[in-house]
Ligand binder design. Sequence first.
Ligand code: UFG
Length: 324
Amino acid sequence: MNILVVGGAGYIGSHMVKALGEKGCNITVLDNLSSGHADAVLAAGQLIEGDLANVAMLDQLFAENNYDVVMHFASSIMVGESVTDPAKYYRNNVSNTQNLLDAMIKHGVKQFIFSSTAAIFGEPEYTPIDEKHPKAPINPYGHSKQMVEQMLEDYDRAYGLKSVCLRYFNAAGADPEGELGERHDPETHLIPLVLQAASGKRDAITVFGRDYDTEDGTCIRDYIHVNDLCEAHWLAIKQLQNDGKSGRFNLGNGNGFSVQQVIDVCRDVTGKEITIIEGARRAGDPAVLVADATLARSELGWEPQYNDLKSIVSHAWEWEKNHC
Ligand code: UFG
């Protein structure tokens, strides 16, 4: 199978490229390396440095290759930044994605896997969140992803482009073999930040609010191992190839862990002291975000392997110790 992985040098994309390589796929990675790393593509794929804004480059790429499937991991992902610089989010996440889809249509490539997010749901009306939950994003990042989901529905009806949108909850962990991990700059995600406080790279972790309506007062999230996410992508490709039906799935473990529980597990796994600073709430953080992934389990046959926080944190810690 010939697969184009856009954003394959990034955190989740690079784990996917490794997994696809192990399944014997022929992989091309397209990445502008604005936040990805060339060495994360490993030996599994051919890396082309290029930007989705470059329509002529896309046209040539699709003219010269026969891709069966396109996977799209490339996007800007910082919620706070999306509020202060929405133009960047609508350009990178919406306009550039449209360039990609239009090149696919022009060259007859009809299967697309899209990295979507829990942020399309906004403030939860109920939890766990299933696919029927109303979509009401509360920031430009969430809006940008929802717009692409809408575009994909319309492109399916009009042009027969089949897509699977996978809404990640909190992607976490690292390659269990230690070759890949999370390398965002700046890092904003909780688990790598706590582990950096454990390794001494940071002095402390700031807990954003301890006055939420949860058992210990800190926010609850659904942390899902990056390899489990990759497996869901693989199953989504198989579904597209088998029955050619578009689909949308929420991906999480269905287990919520509080910020304090994450810090406690990080202390356990690392054996290090971790200094906590009690901070204010971060704007736009819902108290609880947990996925109901029943549909992914029943329709895709997805079965997450790492539903304990300890193995997610252990893999992330191995990466942090050895590579950061
Ligand atoms: N947190 C802290 N201190 C920190 C960083 C985070 O207390 O230094 C807390 C946050 O307030 C939140 C939890 O840790 O309660 C998780 O925060 P992350 O920033 O790791 O992740 P988010 O839940 O904010 O964001 C994730 C994805 C986004 C996506 C969002 C969906 O990273 O891409 O889920 O709402 F948009």
